[in-house]
Write a protein that binds this ligand. Structure first.
Ligand code: 5GP
Length: 190
């Protein structure tokens, strides 16, 4: 997606050693016009797959998933990371290793919102080692729902998440794929 790549080049920052910060338009402040284009692009790529639900993980995935969901006209279900008293007891639950925080956390989705009648598009902001996407995939599989694919805004192609997920037979569509980072500049896959 050319518009997205241009924006990453213009406003993205590289943090040592391989973290890309896009806080000025995606992860903290959000450019809603760009977000709308991202949602439309996911729709273009997955519109024929019979999607009934979009699944993501809090927090950064939520806005992106909602933008796509407006095109698909389906609900968004986001996995919760934080304990809270209002969460249902009956949940699909996995342990995910956080790439950016370097520690494990529990992610949960209420069984009320996902079942075997669903066809799911999983969406997230970044794909690095694939731990978040694999965790979401596992929860969707627990529900018996079908996984139509995974939509990623920025894939870091020099980490192994994309390869692992594609080898699992999952259709992974990334809107921008960073091949490598040279002297703090991102180099996109052609
Ligand atoms: P993975 O689970 O694929 O290793 O990492 C993906 C998750 O970690 C995403 O949900 C994202 O929040 C975070 N993440 C991974 N790499 C980056 C990065 O370079 N920049 C930012 N902002 N988040 C990242």
């Amino acid at each position: 997606m050319e518009l997205l790549k241009q924006r990453i080049e213009k406003d993205g920052n590289v943090r040592m050693p391989n973290i890309v910060k896009v806080d000025s338009f995606l992860n903290h402040q959000i450019d809603v016009d760009l977000l709308d284009e991202i949602g439309a692009e996911f729709y273009r790529r997955f519109k024929d797959k019979g999607i009934t639900k979009i699944v993501t993980i809090e927090a950064s995935g939520i806005a992106i998933a909602c933008s796509a969901a407006r095109y698909f006209k389906v609900p968004v279900v986001f996995a919760k990371k934080h304990e809270n008293k209002t969460m249902d007891d009956d949940v699909y639950q996995v342990t995910i290793h956080s790439f950016t925080k370097g520690k494990d956390y529990e992610a949960k989705i209420s069984k009320r919102y996902l079942d075997s009648s669903d066809t799911v598009l999983i969406i997230d902001d970044f794909l690095a080692n694939g731990e978040a996407a694999k965790g979401l995939t596992a929860m969707v599989e627990m529900s018996g729902a079908e996984i139509a694919g995974i939509g990623i805004v920025i894939e870091k192609g020099f980490q192994n998440g994309g390869k692992t997920l594609r080898e699992m037979g999952i259709c992974v569509e990334s809107l921008a794929v960073i091949e490598n980072i040279k002297e703090d500049k991102v180099v996109f896959k052609k």
